[in-house]
Ligand binder design. Structure first.
Ligand SMILES: [Zn+2]
Length: 208
């Protein structure tokens, strides 16, 4: 998505840029940095230009607005709900195809997922209600699905980019877990809206 936005921004061919991930450590967290470089040995200096803080900021904003709007337009969105060869899929990301997703790439802030959260948990509840007594609620804005079966269980459904380990949890997720535990909920686990959307059986499995 970044390379596509850079292509439009500089009016060049995508093959002129290399984009990839470089493992990095921030504190005790292993994460990755995105790098962008000229594909040709004697490149025209596109990467240096894109690396200027102001240029990069403009590029990232365009990635979200212009590229996002184009891909969500009816002619593409009717046939593509996550990714396809016309938008994000390519030879380089073929091994991570299951997580190449427009909504993840476009939306590094919670807004887009927040907007869909209510509809997604309601759909989940309707689909699985015949199989277990389910309910859902929002604790501090964070969706939670619960069941009263087998002593009760709850799954806190976070943003897809939130971390779940206790030491790095988003504070909203931690607050929801504390609230559920203070009510005496015996089994509280975590998941995210991407999993709920793609593999709802996993969330159901955590409840039962
Ligand atoms: Zn697509």
């Amino acid at each position: 998505m970044l390379r596509g936005a850079a292509k439009n921004f500089l009016d060049i061919d995508e093959s002129e840029l290399d984009v990839g991930l470089q493992p990095a450590r921030v504190g005790d967290t292993v994460t990755a940095r995105v790098f962008i470089g000229d594909a040709l040995d004697n490149g025209a200096g596109y990467a240096v230009e894109l690396g200027q803080p102001h240029t990069l900021e403009v590029l990232l904003r365009k990635m979200r607005s212009e590229t996002g709007i184009r891909l969500r337009a009816a002619d593409h969105a009717q046939n593509c709900t996550s990714s396809c060869p016309k938008c994000l899929r390519n030879y380089e990301n073929r091994l991570g195809m299951d997580v190449v997703d427009l909504a993840l790439g476009e939306d590094l802030t919670p807004s887009l997922w927040d907007d869909r959260a209510a509809e997604m948990v309601e759909t989940f509840e309707r689909a699985f209600l015949p199989h277990a007594r389910l309910a859902h609620e929002f604790i501090g804005g964070v969706p939670v699905v619960t069941t009263t079966e087998a002593g009760g269980a709850a799954v806190v459904i976070g943003h897809p980019l939130w971390r779940h380990e206790p030491t790095h949890r988003d504070t909203r997720m931690s607050a929801a877990i504390s609230e559920l535990q203070s009510r005496g909920m015996r089994r509280v686990s975590t998941s995210d809206l991407f999993v709920l959307d793609r593999t709802p059986f996993k969330v159901f499995g955590q409840l039962t």
